[in-house]
Design a protein around this ligand. Sequence first.
Ligand SMILES: Cc1cc2nc3c(=O)[nH]c(=O)nc-3n(C[C@H](O)[C@H](O)[C@H](O)COP(=O)(O)OP(=O)(O)OC[C@H]3O[C@@H](n4cnc5c(N)ncnc54)[C@H](O)[C@@H]3O)c2cc1C
Length: 574
Amino acid sequence: MMLLEKPDTVALIFEHMRLAPGVGRLQVLNAAFAEIGVDGLEAIVAEAARFSEKHLAPLNVVADREGCSLIDGRVTTPRGFAAAWQAFVEAGWPTLDHPVEHGGQGLPLLLAIAVQQLIDGACMALGMLPVLQRSAARLIQAYGDDNVQREWVPRLVSGEWAATICVSEPDAGSDVNRIRTRARRREDGSWSITGEKVWISFGDHDLTARIGHCVLAQTEAGLSLFLVPSLLTQTDGAETRNTITVRRLEEKMGLHGSPTCALGFDDATGWLVGTAGRGLAQMFVMIRIMRISAGVQGIAGAAPAMDIAFRYALERRQGGAADAQAVPIIRHPDIQQQLMKMAAGVEVVRGLANLVAVQAELAQLEAEPADRDAAAALTQWLLPILKTLGAETGFNTANGAIQVLGGAGYTADWPVEQLLRDTRVLTIYEGTTGIQALDLLHRRLWRERGKGLDIFLASARHDSTCEAPHRAKLVACLVLLEDAAAQLLNASNDRVANAEAAATAFLHLAGLAATGWVAARLASVHGDSPSQRWLSACGRYWLTALPARAAALHRDIVDIDEDRAVLAEVFGDA
Ligand SMILES: Cc1cc2nc3c(=O)[nH]c(=O)nc-3n(C[C@H](O)[C@H](O)[C@H](O)COP(=O)(O)OP(=O)(O)OC[C@H]3O[C@@H](n4cnc5c(N)ncnc54)[C@H](O)[C@@H]3O)c2cc1C
């Protein structure tokens, strides 16, 4: 028996929703939220938990073992996916946070990410499909012309049709400027798209009648964005297949239920979305949502891994006095440390995800332009941090759970090895950790002169909900972040490479500061409910090592010259 039992994921999600900074303001500004209140959100989350348990969880292992198949050029998803998807759409789950005028329910993103945690926690592979739809619907709402919007947005919002994001190519991964797919305007106003896109999630499947590929391609004006449908409707209403072929279905380490395709576009028909030459900037509407979702996927994968580790540690008996029955391994201080590291790590990142979700929406809804601007800058600052920390938390927690389970964790008898494989990709897709670090350095720190950082520092420092001893640890970390940022901001042109070498350490230091803020808020919670006590313990645990961990990262950044000297000796100009 533990003195303080670990609450289940749903109870923790409820508590976090109430604690998120800005949630009260969001409730005032979002009409649907104002109507149903936090209690209403909780009822929906509880229903999502029941739905996921009934329809999605039973598919997870089957999907991992069966995977997808490519038969006669078409992708077939694992057994049970089609029925589960139909149930998902009929229940209205894809519609939650879309505007009412587009067929959505107008509920907050905060709710959508809570629901995503339960869907992905049950079956992460299938959970990737609605994220693509949600983000593509937003992209087309933002930039599609009237015809494209009328045809696509309601069907994407409802889940009737699906979408992909087609950026990557064999020679263009992180470096999107090397995209070679070309688009040529035809006389009838449509565009001809020719090229190859690789690693396209849900590039083909049997779950929806139509797929809209959001494709970045080169035009004379530069990189442009196109909507390229899998099926075309002729003037007589007949449907024909667009000239898009699945050239390969990837064999992957994990997420076997999610088909990852190489797609050939051979004079395929598409439509320009927005302005020619502005494709990448526009695509960021989709990429932003997908990066939040990648972070949330990590939290979703971490939660079941952590639950299994706690349950196992309570039951597995090893050690203790030789002449007595062996004790549950949860009695060993080393196991307690491992479990608490996982628990605190998951809860601070869950809190961070809510912080980002609330700020992202306030950036749209605030009445004053200056307030919208501040919320947007804070969101942009926190986005690469959430993406990275969520992704790392998913993998590290699955890894930690395997360690707690010992040999059993390494076998397929327990789902933690699948969680390890499924979450491994999260620090790679939607921009690798290295690319997130460069985003923070080049865009947020150098180009915007640390505007988002300043708003973050002021918000964290002046958060009156953080009590003095917890605030002191947070402030120690903020001071180190501010000092490291000042050094990087002042880096002269001939020291760009040094700053880039320190970028990932800086991203992680910024991550400690962001989770430190969440932890200081959690540590200051004083309720008596199991969730409140649990979150308070997690917050205090996360804060104990915070200043020392931040100091180590700060040293990595300010002493980068020493590293660079060794790198130069080893790599030269390689
Ligand atoms: C399962 C899966 C699903 C995917 N789904 C999609 C999808 O739906 N749509 C899509 O378009 N793509 C998708 N991708 C592709 C994914 O976005 C890319 O893999 C990712 O952007 C990295 O590109 P890359 O693999 O070519 O790695 P590379 O760009 O070759 O990078 C390799 C390494 O070099 C580093 N690196 C690269 N450039 C720099 C630089 N300038 N400075 C410092 N370090 C650098 C990277 O950080 C990385 O560590 C998917 C990938 C996978 C594995």
